[in-house]
Design a protein around this ligand. Structure first.
Ligand SMILES: [Zn+2]
Length: 272
């Protein structure tokens, strides 16, 4: 699933190409990926001019003239691709946006169709789940992070995955951040010391920044809007490295389940 660095990479790629473009027409080939009726979706966006593209956690926000907000969540396998109009449309392409001016189309492709696109107006924005998101993992400062952790009697890994607590992180970056901070995923959040919280905050931000520079991590379907894969998978130290020796202590990296999610830890660096 694309996490903060992958979504940020997508947003930057789209921003470069889409600002100022008009959505001339919209074709919906599968309504499953829409959070509303295809007719409402198409009518709202046809003729809209794209003004800004942003990110909040893992949501992509495309603001258009007339106070319209196209909100996209890619979930497992969603992709935005910018391709020349004559490119063959495959069966996993579900929404096609014709753009003017220029030779390109914006296409939404999603093999598993868990992603969601939705157009919000000023009126229905207040009730959207966007409003329940916690602070963005790249925005929160170390002190607030520590104070928020102290309020929570929960294991740290599921807490960091909870988008209402902190938004943007998913399984890959949580496992990497906890490993580098030498914190076991089942550690109670309110038992972390100020130093541990500061360490976790620092590693989390550093990892996210490095991954954005590498254009994200591609372990399965993630692609940038230009179709290019990310490069951060080469820097992962625990995620998907179970069975390999830890680069710090040599212990064998384990894969277990925490809160229902596959979890990678080093038993030497992160004692339970
Ligand atoms: Zn280790």
């Amino acid at each position: 699933m694309p996490e903060l660095p992958e979504v940020e990479t997508i947003v930057r790629g789209l921003r470069r190409k889409l600002i100022g473009k008009k959505i001339a027409a919209v074709r919906v080939r599968s309504a499953r990926v829409l959070g509303q009726s295809p007719l409402g979706f198409r009518c709202a966006l046809a003729g809209a001019i794209i003004r800004e593209i942003d990110r909040q956690g893992k949501f992509i926000l495309i603001s258009c003239e007339g106070d319209l907000l196209l909100v996209a969540h890619l979930r497992m396998t969603g992709q935005f691709l910018l391709v020349p109009r004559e490119t063959v449309t495959d069966k996993h392409t579900h929404v096609i946006f014709d753009l003017e001016p220029g030779p390109e189309q914006l296409r939404y492709r999603d093999v598993r169709q868990f992603g969601r696109l939705e157009v919000l107006t000023k009126a229905n924005r207040a009730s959207h789940s966007l409003n329940n998101l916690g602070p963005d993992a790249l925005d929160i400062d170390a002190v607030t992070f520590f104070l928020n952790l102290r309020q929570k009697k929960r294991a740290i890994k599921p807490l960091l995955l909870d988008q209402t607590f902190l938004c943007g992180l998913g399984n890959i970056y949580v496992d990497e951040s906890l490993y580098r901070s030498r914190i076991h995923p089942l550690t109670q959040a309110d038992s972390l010391s100020r130093e541990q919280a500061r360490d976790l905050h620092r590693h989390m931000r550093r990892i996210l920044g490095q991954s954005i520079r590498a254009k994200g991590t591609t372990v399965s379907d993630y692609r940038g809007p230009d179709g290019i894969v990310g490069g951060y998978q080469a820097y992962l130290r625990v995620y998907a490295r179970h069975g390999e020796p830890c680069g710090v202590c040599g212990a064998i990296i384990q894969k277990t389940r925490v809160g229902g999610r596959g979890t990678h830890t080093c038993p030497g660096c992160q004692p339970g």
